[in-house]
Design a protein around this ligand. Structure first.
Ligand code: PRP
Ligand code: ZN
Length: 298
């Protein structure tokens, strides 16, 4: 059992694909840290929530050891460690999808090599930093291949002759293209996820965790949300409402002038393009305004 604590610790990647967006998310949640970007530990000033800047692969373990309560990692890292056969049960759970850092773990072969399906991988040597995810996928495909574990520069293994093909993260595809490799199968869709300890806390941390989760949910919802304002004649109201993007129920009010005219406002949870505004105009809407939403608490 860990000692009662009145501060929460959250671990994020110190430098790498997720670090900037992770820290940006926490800033949007109102968290402020005493500046020490080059250090491991950042003291939380706005709330009793501290930040740990570490290697992404260390984050699940830090949660398992009870060093921190929450962490932001790629699902690829979380799933890889969750599948580690050395562990009975992963010491963490996925708490939220965060919607950034999207990429996939994919099998890639040399440009000139053919690939007709997983059966072509039988007996091949596959270089990867994700042996458990790859092993799990190969088993499900009933394919026996050799997994060559590399911790970095996986993409040059085929050229060096240390493997026949690779299984690595692909985001833009630029790394594969630069190494004359081509993606043939995706084995995991990944994005940044918030992971947390399995247990509940019997101290202040329980409430801090709930508070942070509520703010994260608000930030995620706000990202795509827009406030749409428009006016319409009562005779056109039904057609305007029918043309609104999916969202929360609209608020309809009466305008002072011109008398009888209605004002409509609605929060939409999807992008509103020009074509959609034009459709609303044809339905009878005028004075259309689309405004960004800054904060939301529901
Ligand atoms: C991954 C992967 C590739 C690159 C792919 O590395 O190993 O090198 O990203 O991205 P692309 O398709 O946009 O070119 P990452 O940046 O996560 O670093 P790491 O493997 O050292 O953690
Ligand atoms: Zn890494």
């Amino acid at each position: 059992m860990s000692k009662p604590r009145d501060r929460l610790r959250i671990a994020v990647q110190k430098s790498g694909r997720l670090s900037e967006a992770s820290q940006d998310l926490l800033a949007r949640c109102g968290l402020k840290f005493r500046q020490s970007r080059d250090k491991l530990f950042c003291f939380g000033e706005a709330l009793p929530i501290d930040l740990l800047l570490v290697r992404d692969d260390d984050i699940p373990g830090l949660i398992g050891q009870g060093v921190c309560e929450l962490g932001i990692v790629g699902r690829n890292v979380a799933q890889e460690q969750a599948l580690d056969p050395a562990r009975a049960e992963p010491p963490f759970v996925e708490v939220r999808e965060l919607g950034f850092g999207r990429c996939r773990l994919a099998i890639a072969v040399a440009d000139e090599d053919s690939y007709a399906g997983p059966q072509d991988l039988g007996g091949k040597r596959i270089a990867t930093s994700y042996p458990h995810l790859l092993g799990d996928w190969l088993r499900r495909q009933h394919v026996a291949a050799e997994i060559v574990v590399l911790n970095g520069s996986v993409e040059i293994a085929p050229r060096l002759g240390t493997a026949d093909l690779i299984c690595d993260l692909v985001s833009s595809g630029a790394t594969l293209a630069a190494n004359q490799l081509r993606e043939v199968a995706s084995i995991l869709d990944s994005q940044a996820v918030l992971i947390g300890a399995r247990q509940d806390y019997a101290d202040e941390r329980a409430e801090l965790r709930e508070l942070l989760l509520r703010r994260i949910d608000g930030v995620i919802r706000v990202r795509e949300s827009k406030l749409l304002l428009l006016q319409a004649d009562p005779s056109r109201l039904a057609s305007v409402l029918a043309a609104l993007p999916k969202g929360d129920p609209a608020t309809v009010g009466a305008l002072d002038r011109p008398a009888g005219r209605l004002s409509v406002q609605v929060v939409c949870h999807e992008a509103i393009g020009w074509a959609h505004l034009e459709e609303l105009k044809r339905a009878g809407a005028t004075q259309l305004l689309v405004l960004p939403v800054e904060k939301m608490l529901t």
